[in-house]
Design a protein around this ligand. Structure first.
Ligand SMILES: [Zn+2]
Length: 299
C-alpha cells in the first residue's frame, strides 16, 4: 500500500498536489482578517448587498439584492470558502431588491443576529423573512435612531429611522429605510438604503453626524434621493451606486450624477465597475473596483 501511495505521490502528481495546496492556502490567507476594514459593495444587479468585514474578522451583510445566485456567488468570492457564518445581517427595508437574496442567506449561513427594519409589511416576501427568523430562532434587534453596535474598533451607528416613522412621503417604505454609519478611526461610510429626500431632510434636521468619506448613494441613484442639501452635509469623496446594467428604472438619474459631480465626488457604479471595495486601515481609506474605467471622477 505504501508503495502504491509513494507511486501516486511521485513526480508531476506530487507537484500538482503541492501547487493545489499552495493555491488553496493563498486563497484562504488572502481572505483572512488583515487588521483592515473592508466594505464590499457586491455586484448583484439592480439592488443592494453590502458585505462588511471588520479588522478583527467580524462579518456583517447589509441587504441581499434581488438574485440569490448572484449574491451567493459574490459572497463566495469575498469570504473564505469554509466560512458559513455571519455575525450580523441587516435588512434596511422589505423591498424585493434588498430582501430576496437574504432568504437564501438565512438558509445557507449561520446568522448570529439580525438588525431588522421596524417596517411590518404583509407581502409574502416579508412574511417569509419573519417566518425564517422565527424558525431559525435568530435573535432580532429592531433598528432605531441612536442605536450603536460596537464591532471591535469599528462602530456601527443607526441614524435612521427615528422612533417616529415618516409618513405621507413619496415612498414611506423607502423613507423609513435603515441608514447606517460606519466609523473606523477618522474614516467613515454612510449607507443609506433606499432613503429619499424626506429621510435626508429628517436626518439633517435632527443634527446627526452625516459627514462621511464614502456615500452609498440612496435608492440606486434615483432622482428622489441624494438631494443637494444632503450632499452638502455628507461631503463624500467617493459615491457608490448599486445599480443593474440597463435597468428599467433608468437608474442612476442624470440629475443625481450631475449633483455628485458638482459635489466633486468620485462616482463608482456596480453596473460599470463590478464589485466595489472600500478598504480602511483606520487612518486612510482607499477604493478598489473589479472593472475600470469609471464614468466620471477624478482618477
Ligand atoms: Zn432598492
Amino acid at each position: 500500500m505504501f508503495a502504491a501511495l509513494r507511486r501516486w505521490f511521485s513526480g508531476w502528481r506530487l507537484l500538482g498536489v503541492l501547487a493545489f495546496l499552495a493555491i488553496m492556502a493563498w486563497l484562504a490567507l488572502r481572505q483572512l482578517p488583515d487588521g483592515r476594514l473592508h466594505v464590499y459593495f457586491l455586484d448583484v444587479g439592480q439592488g443592494d448587498a453590502i458585505l462588511v468585514q471588520t479588522p478583527d474578522g467580524r462579518q456583517i451583510l447589509i441587504d441581499g439584492g434581488p438574485n440569490p445566485t448572484a449574491l451567493l456567488g459574490e459572497m463566495n468570492a469575498v469570504m473564505p470558502f469554509w466560512d458559513r457564518s455571519l455575525d450580523l445581517v441587516v435588512l434596511t427595508h422589505p423591498d424585493g431588491d434588498h430582501l430576496t437574496g437574504l432568504l437564501a442567506v438565512l438558509d445557507r449561513y449561520q446568522v448570529a443576529r439580525v438588525l431588522d427594519t421596524p417596517q411590518t409589511d404583509t407581502t409574502p416576501l416579508a412574511a417569509a423573512w419573519r417566518e425564517r427568523l422565527t424558525e431559525g430562532n435568530i435573535p432580532r434587534t429592531v433598528a432605531r435612531r441612536g442605536l450603536r453596535i460596537p464591532l471591535g474598533d469599528v462602530m456601527l451607528t443607526v441614524l435612521h429611522p427615528s422612533s417616529k416613522p415618516l409618513t405621507g412621503t413619496a415612498s414611506d417604505e423607502n423613507n423609513n429605510s435603515i441608514v447606517l454609519r460606519i466609523d473606523y478611526g477618522p474614516t467613515s461610510l454612510l449607507l443609506t438604503g433606499d432613503a429619499e429626500s424626506e429621510a435626508e431632510a429628517d436626518m439633517i434636521k435632527a443634527g446627526l453626524p452625516l459627514q462621511a468619506n464614502v456615500l452609498k448613494v440612496g435608492h440606486h441613484g434615483s432622482n428622489g434621493s441624494t438631494s443637494a442639501p444632503f450632499l452638502a452635509a455628507v461631503t463624500p469623496s467617493e459615491a457608490v451606486i448599486q445599480v443593474g446594467a440597463d435597468n428599467s428604472f433608468d437608474h442612476p438619474a442624470r440629475e443625481v450624477l450631475k449633483r455628485l459631480m458638482d459635489a466633486r465626488a468620485e462616482i463608482l457604479r456596480t453596473d460599470i465597475n463590478g464589485r466595489i471595495e472600500a478598504v480602511s486601515d483606520g487612518r486612510t481609506l482607499s477604493m478598489k473596483v473589479s472593472r475600470w474605467p469609471t464614468v466620471t471622477g477624478r482618477r
